[in-house]
Design a protein. Sequence first.
Lengths: 196, 543
Amino acid sequence: MKKIVLSTIILLIAGTIFTGFAQSESYLKNRILLEGLYIRNLGNFGDVWSNATGGYIGYSIAFPDHNLLMMRTGFINNKLKDDLNTQEDLSYKDASLTMIPIEIGGRYYFINNMFMPFVQFMNGLNIVFENTNLEGQSEDKTMVKYAWQIGFGLTINIMDALSVDAGVNYQSNFYQHDAMNTGFEYAFGIGYALGN
Amino acid sequence: MKLIYSQKRIIALLLSILSISPVLLFAQNGQTNKLEWTQTELESSLYQSKYLINETPSAGMLNSLAFKQTSEQKWGTVNVPSTLSDDNFKPWESEKHFWIGAGEIAILEFIPWALAKWIRTWEDPAKNWANVSSDTWWRNLSSGWEYDGDNFTTNNFAHPYHGALFFNAGRTNGYDFWESTAFSLAGSAIWETFGETYRPAFNDWVYTGIGGANLGEIIYRLSSMVTDNTASGSDRVWSEIFGTLINPVRGFNRAISGEMGQNFPNPNWSRPEDFLMTFDGGTRTVDKNGDKQYRDNEVEGLFNLHFIYGNRFTAKKPFDYFGLEFAIASGLPHFTQLNSTGYLFGYNLEKNKHQFNVNLDFNYNNLIKEETTPTDTVYKGFLFGSAQLYPHILSKFPIGEKTNILTQVGINALLMSATPDDYFKDPEGRVYDFGPGIGTRIYASFQNGIWNYVSLLYYAAWLWTQSQPDNSKHHIHFLMLEAQYPFTSYFSFGVSAGIYWRNSYYEDYNGIINGVPYSREASEVHKNHPIIRVFFRTAIIDL
């Protein structure tokens, strides 16, 4: 089993390196993208859930010469603000708020090069699971809310098939009227190109 | 090609109805010098004499840009001698001009902001929404979306029209339909977050961005149709003026790029293979109470302008086909209808018979009849607005050479819609609920040539209220049967009868809306509003 895994990894790396030597017409390609994220929440929502961490997995389709259509899903876990999680106030004990985003959107790449700055827009639905509301009342609830974010970033094509991404996004997702799920998201990802 | 009335009269009529924004006047004023120059150049005596007596031109005449070879122009070709036509002229829209487009969005944001900030007189200066600062920007970014309390016309027409101008900041600077939609969405998001002190309104963003794309592409195509790059003389001057009135952003770009004074071929798409413009006038009777007693009717005059652009079976690009309906009523509110549907993409199932199309629709139907008493204002009648997608199966069943039965069966996917709220009145003027929805639409018509002898429309949708107070849902229906009989090839008499009915389900609500406590008990409300129309219709242009 170990040999199979090692052989697969070696073949994958070798393939990536060899395709890196090949002449490439465009760096803009269909890609699988894995991203890790950190979100600093804002406003009334951020007063309870200070930040969030999670990740995305997505597939993107290239439309020459500048556009990338992206579809992704993932998992986001929100972290309770430190001063709410005290031994004196047990309202938020074991409080949890997680989200599964299902989104579609795209990127516009300004240049098609090794270093590719982009602007990005994503939107879709967040499936929200919570066991405590913002006021600290225990209540198991599942909601489906519209999610929206816009931002910019940079893709670095380190090899022909392999790229790394970094980006900053502003998000304004629906949660409740007086406490929308707004925040700044910092994302770092790895992309692997499939074909052309 | 059949031109029933004179072209100038048609264009004037078209524009008198479509030129509805003060922004248009700004744009026109800004181009006065350019147009005067063009007119002086083109209306030369050489042009006049050649055009009228049709004699062989002299060498001097050939040097005039205003010279025409024949009085009959062939669309899309330059009708001046090749020595005078600049075949190498590069049309402005053949390249992308991002920074010009971005600058135009900035101007389009600045004008209404500056009017509110410095020109408008505020009874309470604290309510001046243009007093933005870095604090309001951060507050808006932190607070996120809300649904605003503006009245129906502001939210469902003024914002989409503003979006149409944003859209054209992209479209007339070399971007395609989809890319230009990003301009209207971005322009709206910037305005909502940074142009007002209010929290950004989600309904504004959808109506401005998506409704703006619909109206924006329509005015782009109508403007391109009216403007004739091959024309000269007064025809050219008027075509530029009317084109600018329909689409001020395009007119502005034609002025700064020099296209207004240049002869070059029209884009081959600028005149569609089919185009029909009809006008009808008549009366409409609508029941205001909706209580099944049908004793509170309002009879009013109704004037409708319809456009059908392109062929829905051969459309390839977005809005290669669109339909537009615009209506003015003698009673209040005068601006009562603006409905459009535009082809986005589709798949041919059986050539010229069955097609799967997805359209982008915009609906504005304002039949709210306001009645003011000494103690209260009552809102009777109904309204309906939406920005929506319409995936559907389109079928044509030929009966004779020019006779068909046309059917459409599809799904209404409402991205944003508005329908009356029976209880809530926002101080800003909103008496309706906002929300997404889904439903169905079925349409069938018996057609002969340009006339629909009989047509039947059923439209239904479930709407889930997202604006505050939000725990309600509405089930709305339209059913409309129309029949018309053409007396001549371009004149018909018609009758239509229909009903709008709505079932609204309200749950208990106890909350605070804009700082004011609001409560409501659970209830169900059922409304029925029959509508009857009698009209005479005439075909103005049939291409």
